[in-house]
Design a protein around this ligand. Structure first.
Ligand code: ACM
Length: 414
């Protein structure tokens, strides 16, 4: 059954993930004691170390592993060490599902940490729901999902857009050119952007979706040149964003006249783009590497000393790092004789953690309260933060969809 059909049939209330809620087998599996802890605690790391998304996912793997090492060097959890079991799904969504199954069944992982793209998270979702395990997903994503088996550590649209859209209209003007890749994440972000633009008196001059794998942006750049929008609102991902930024710079389009505001560009993409081509453009994100707090200084120092002084941290690797610490804090609060998905999840919800970006908190909807920021890229590859929020911002995974919300009960439809 398609998700929308399920939601329509379910009526006003349903306990749901994208695959249509907990199936009967999942409920049965959930009823057994989920995790018999031995001398150590097996956890899965499911980030691509090869293939197209390895450039970014390798950094998520590294950050999660760093957190595991920190926890183990401080004595583990209840005296037990975390034992990372590493799988490389090679940037292929079907392989993520296969390896997730292996980590949960063969390796008996208590939780699995993984994924950058929404395509790979969606591939894992039915597996983690069926096994009634927990998948800790650190990446910004489109929302519109409400699984009780995914711990969402990245920003949803309201956490990246509420601050930046009004600020951009005020500072640059109302005419937006939307450019993203041709899959669910950019399309859903743009849905929310269009809602905000309509409310704030902005307009969309053009909306464009470049196929994944297509790195020639010349026709988009020609169109941008002729449309002369005030803002380029970008949800281009990974290597393709690197290509887009370089070609934009080579075409001598000037950020002073037509700035790119990206939801996906972080220090890791900027490192690949080159500081000069990235300089002057903007990103909206809950974390930037130069954030000046003792927690961030410790994180950046530890990361560089483990992986090399030229390495960068960014808003997705920061979440990959703090999610492992959230997992630890939750597990510490659980009776070692009663470690189940339900007890870990219940202990995780509402627990505050001082992350490098500030104090974060897991909502009852299993998404995370974060600290949105807007920053301008400098030629040295670092970001200069121009806009901060006074308080952390709650995640609203269904912000683009009137009358729908995601709560501790699952998806609620008004
Ligand atoms: C994404 O695909 N969630 C960036």
């Amino acid at each position: 059954m398609k998700r929308r059909e399920f939601l329509n049939r379910a009526g006003a209330f349903s306990v749901a993930g994208v695959s249509g809620g907990l199936s009967a087998p999942a409920l049965l599996l959930g009823a057994r004691p989920a995790h018999a802890l031995g001398d150590d605690i097996p956890v899965g790391l499911l980030f691509s170390l090869t293939g197209a998304v390895a450039v970014v996912e390798h950094t998520l793997h590294d950050a999660a592993l760093l957190a595991i090492e920190e926890i183990n060097s401080q004595g583990g959890i209840h005296g037990r060490m975390l034992r990372p079991i590493i799988e490389d799904p090679a940037s292929d969504p079907a392989t993520y599902a296969d390896r997730a199954r292996r980590l949960m069944i063969r390796d008996k992982c208590v939780s699995v940490f993984g994924s950058y793209t929404s395509a790979s998270r969606q591939a894992v979702l039915p597996v983690v729901e069926q096994r009634n395990n927990l998948y800790w997903y650190p990446t910004l994503y489109e929302g519109r999902e409400c699984s009780r088996n995914i711990m969402y550590g990245g920003a949803v649209p309201n956490q990246q857009q509420d601050n930046v859209i009004s600020w951009a209209i005020e500072n640059f003007g109302p005419r937006f050119y939307l450019i993203g890749n041709n899959y669910v994440y950019p399309k859903e972000e743009n849905n929310y952007c269009k809602k905000l633009l309509a409310e704030l008196g902005g307009e969309v001059v053009h909306e464009e979706y470049v196929p994944l794998g297509h790195s020639d942006f010349s026709s988009a750049i020609n169109r941008i040149r002729s449309e002369k929008p005030d803002v380029i609102f970008a949800t281009v991902v990974g290597d393709l964003d690197v290509a887009f930024a370089r070609q934009y710079h080579a075409a001598e389009l000037n950020p002073d006249q037509m700035p790119v505001i990206s939801l996906t560009r972080s220090e890791v993409e900027v490192k690949a783009i080159g500081g000069e081509a990235a300089a002057g453009h903007f990103s909206s994100a809950p974390y930037f590497m130069q954030h000046d707090t003792p927690e961030n200084e410790r994180f950046v120092e530890a990361y560089k000393s483990r992986y090399g002084g030229d390495q960068v941290t960014h808003f997705v690797s920061e979440a990959a790092y703090f999610q492992v610490h959230q997992f630890k804090a939750a597990l510490e609060a659980v009776d070692p004789q009663n470690v189940t998905t339900e007890t870990i999840r219940a202990a995780a919800v509402g627990k505050k953690l001082l992350a490098p970006q500030g104090e974060v908190l897991i909502d009852e909807n299993l998404h995370t309260h974060l600290w949105p920021k807007v920053a301008q890229w400098q030629a040295d590859g670092q970001a200069n933060v121009l806009l901060n929020t006074a308080d952390r911002v709650a995640p609203k995974p269904y912000a683009a969809y009137e009358g729908q919300s995601c709560t501790g009960e699952g998806l609620i439809k008004a």
